[in-house]
Ligand binder design. Sequence first.
Ligand code: GDP
Ligand code: IMO
Ligand code: MG
Length: 433
Amino acid sequence: MKNLIILGAQWGDEGKGKVVDLFSDKFDIVARYQGGHNAGHTVYIGERKFVLKLIPSGILRPGVRAVIGNGVVIDPGALIDEITMLEAAGIDVTRQLAISNRAQIIFPFHRMVEKVSEARKGRIAIGTTSRGIGPCYEDKIGRRGMRVADLLDATIFESIYPALAEDKTTLARAFEVHEEVDFARVREQYLVYAERIRPMVCDTASMLNRAIAGGQRVLFEGAQGTMLDIDHGTYPFVTSSSATAGGACTGTGVPPTKIQGVIGVSKAYITRVGGGPFPSEVFGEDGDRIRKAGNEFGSVTGRPRRCGWFDVPLLRYTSRINGFDSLIITKLDVLDGLPEIPVLTGYRVQGELTDDMPATVTGLEAIEPVYERLPGWTGNTRGLKDHALLPPQAKDYLAFLAERVGVEVGCISTGPERNETIVLPGSRLASLL
Ligand code: GDP
Ligand code: IMO
Ligand code: MG
């Protein structure tokens, strides 16, 4: 039985939600392993649009179980809003969803601390999603955080909460952030949240390992993307979790020996939201054209996404870190009608071509991008479901990316809908699905 990880190969928003939803009918369980409601995974089912933030996209398939793993940070208010939205759409969330008792809890004061951090003089603003993600992971690693199991036990909650809350007030005061947080009210509210989620909470690591031992299949859904990974991304312009393949093991408690494949999702070009280096960024009218054609506005914050051309060295790097078996290239249709398509094929650093990713922001900013230009196509690829119908230049473009990255393209997405997808028969991806 093959268990797979599907994750972002760029800076997030690659279309993970769409492909995870599409493939989840072949799995028994879909599990999230990191991040929180900073993610926004968009799924279209006919006229209906869902933006999933904390709950894995598999929830939209009746009969598929969805797991929020221990590596995730949970804002219970946001989770309950999402559950309510899905229940209104007729989904039996209580039956389908399992929440790890070891996941960390986000409190409103984590958002307050994030403001302190983002606005502080002399500190680089990351351009975060302002959801309290970073400060919650800080408390986790600092070994003072509150986990779901603690939230559900009133005595443990009382032993952790006062110190956690007090630290944040002291910090905010020191940095002159005056924000009203009614700590007593938050405490009451969180004890109400606890009862709402209690029926779904369990030891998900134990549940997943038992399911795998019983022959069930698990799909691991990454959030964010490899270049936003806390260790391997463009630090400090990253998120605070392990978005790479390794995170699937630590974030769920499923060992690497039980996972058979890793699939990278990449756009046919590239985008990023927030600050940080971006070697193939396109400015001006060309950038606006991609943004408009790809509707590149954040699904969580609505911010315009920065747009750029496909970056081969970046994909080679993220393939190496994750060990991709196959690539899914999304949003090919967005490139329709371009007379030619630039592709960043080399990084020149201090005059030398390199296959390494510089570790510092200054190093990344010093990259001189080397471009090659490929012929575009005049035909329309939007909604195509058959590889044979792609314009020859589009086929050549995809073959070029696969050859240069050194990983097959096993699937092509030509529109936001489930069925606007081509899985290549005979590909490694097809054999893993
Ligand atoms: P995720 O965070 O990786 O799940 O991606 P997002 O949902 O944040 O952003 C991807 C956006 O592209 C969503 O609005 C999708 O509906 C849309 N999308 C996904 N695949 C395609 C595609 O092949 N073509 C087009 N035009 N849109 C797509
Ligand atoms: P999905 O799962 C794109 C970015 C933010 C910011 C940085 C840190 O939809 O692909 P954070 O709030 O996480 O501390 O912000 O990471 N970011 C994302 N960008 N897609 C996402 O998720 C993102 N989640 C966080 O814009 O630059
Ligand atoms: Mg997204």
